[in-house]
Write a protein that binds this ligand. Sequence first.
Ligand SMILES: Cc1ncc(COP(=O)(O)O)c(C=O)c1O
Length: 376
Amino acid sequence: MSGFVFAEKPIRMEEGNGVYLYDDTGTEYLDAGASYACVPLGHDHAAVQAAVRDQLDRLTYVQASYPVGVRTELYELLAETAPGDVGKTWLCNSGTEANEAALKFARAATDADRTKIIATMQGFHGRTMGALSTTWKEKYKKPYEPLIGDVEFVPYGDSEAMAEAIDDETAAVIVEPIQGEGGINPPTKRFLQTARVHTAQQGAALIFDEVQTGMGRTGTLWAAEWTDVVPDMLTAAKGLGNGLPVGATLCRDWIAEDYGSHASTFSGGPVISAAAKATVETVVDEEVPAHAADVGAYLREELQTTLENARDVRGEGLMVGIEVKRGANRYLKELAVNHQVLALPAGRTVVRLLPPLTLERHHADRIVEAMAEVVG
Ligand SMILES: Cc1ncc(COP(=O)(O)O)c(C=O)c1O
């Protein structure tokens, strides 16, 4: 093996279909992590595959400065479905790039002497230098320091600390509507609303990082909808192209009008635009978020009543965290090897479930049964 980025798992995946993955021996696995929330419609979804194939046949790539029909249609679709007036889109290839752009846009659109970024403890926003600077965990940052500096971290959920931190030197607040990597931590609405009120008062930008919560994961297309907050920017990636690499930074006009000179060669390429358009259309047309809310409530309730040894079951929609008593990794291994259920960690002691949003109750039952065997 000459690649070095990921420690590879000992299962070689060959095929995907809906909520299932199949390894090279034909063994079927229930992908209860949707491969890190990247396939909200399930693996190899027919409409997305067809849109990608069709676009490949017509035009795979053209320099981003030429308008392309499918990209224009995607911009329009995102504007129609975004919360409030967050209607201008910058496209890229990943979550960290979407956040990197948002941080740069905030610095460009606010006064030059505003350098401070406020982020949250346990937050995760990506691994490029800017996004990494707003990420909490030391382990991810230490080897790369010094990072961009002037980032202040407030405790997630602490409205008073958030209000106090935002001042006239603040360019932006970046926050996940529910923390994913940090342990599936839903905040109070008040926390997010406080961030909204104080950023507006101080002339700073509010960035919702919806890389994990977006695309219907929490029961609405964007988590911003149930928080009753309209941010100045909303970032998306992961599920946006149902497995194809696409990220987006959705902005209000005052940001888009003064964003500086950010650019990227592959921004909004035709193929990933086709994937994202087909994904968003399907999620909206088939009312996938409402389905996620329904099956998610069922899954959380079943986990709560069945698991005797879980410390907590929490989340929204199909973004679920189960706080366990020991390190999550040993449970994850047992789930995969003995029950063919693939789940994810979130911090040391949380088992994270981010299944495809097309999950049905009988799949949820299988996850609960496996969790009951493994966690007890
Ligand atoms: C909330 C959040 N923001 C940003 C990222 C970074 O996304 P990517 O890995 O596509 O760069 C992630 C990835 O886990 C995430 O969960």
